[in-house]
Design a protein around this ligand. Sequence first.
Ligand SMILES: C[S@@+](CC[C@H](N)C(=O)[O-])C[C@H]1O[C@@H](n2cnc3c(N)ncnc32)[C@H](O)[C@@H]1O
Length: 219
Amino acid sequence: MKKDTINKGYKSVSNIYDDYILSEKPLFKIIAKIIWGFTDKEYSIKLLENIPDDFSGKILDIPAGTGILTYEKYLRIKNAEIICMDYSKDMLDIAKERFGNYNINNIECKQGDVGNIPFENETFDVVLSMNGFHAFPDKEKAFSEINRVLKNNGLFVGCFYIKGKVRRTDWFIKNIFVKNGTFTPQFYDENEITEKFKTVYKETKIWNKGSIICFRCKK
Ligand SMILES: C[S@@+](CC[C@H](N)C(=O)[O-])C[C@H]1O[C@@H](n2cnc3c(N)ncnc32)[C@H](O)[C@@H]1O
């Protein structure tokens, strides 16, 4: 049921998602500044630097969304084998078309659920999860599935919304994004997520920009 709501939510925003994320057009720029205080590009470029451009292993990008924040990085990491997975066919179709337009051939797009990742244990050198955990319905299952498919010494890199940092942002999440199905409670706060990562991963680096927590964890 929750998954249907989330799917409908992303279906309804898929056609404006890229404009919203890029926040280049004046209206979207104002919206991003009011809700978040910054644009997604402002933290995602630094976050993606945690995957070197000469990286040559296997990457799982979940949820891949439309690929709007990652395609420029993927154009540079030509030797990696990349699986882009998302539950929403509408979001993934946009990603597929984008990667095709840029002739990025080392990516396979697969529809799938983070709560039941269709890969063997310890398959990936890197799992990238940008802006997914605030959408995922069963966050504990998502953490355990990601950890299962990650190799020992592999990297879990990502970012998502945390509650309790910026009251204005918390208000918008609760009153707009939860209602339209693009965000799904319960949300973590900074302490909860820091503790969680420290107990599961042998190395953790965590930083935040406003209500977005960014991380690089080594299994
Ligand atoms: C905010 S978007 C993030 C997409 C992309 N990583 C980005 O940063 O632009 C959240 C995505 O999570 C996906 N999603 C939600 N629940 C999911 C699940 N159970 N398994 C896989 N993807 C899911 C949605 O379809 C949506 O594309």
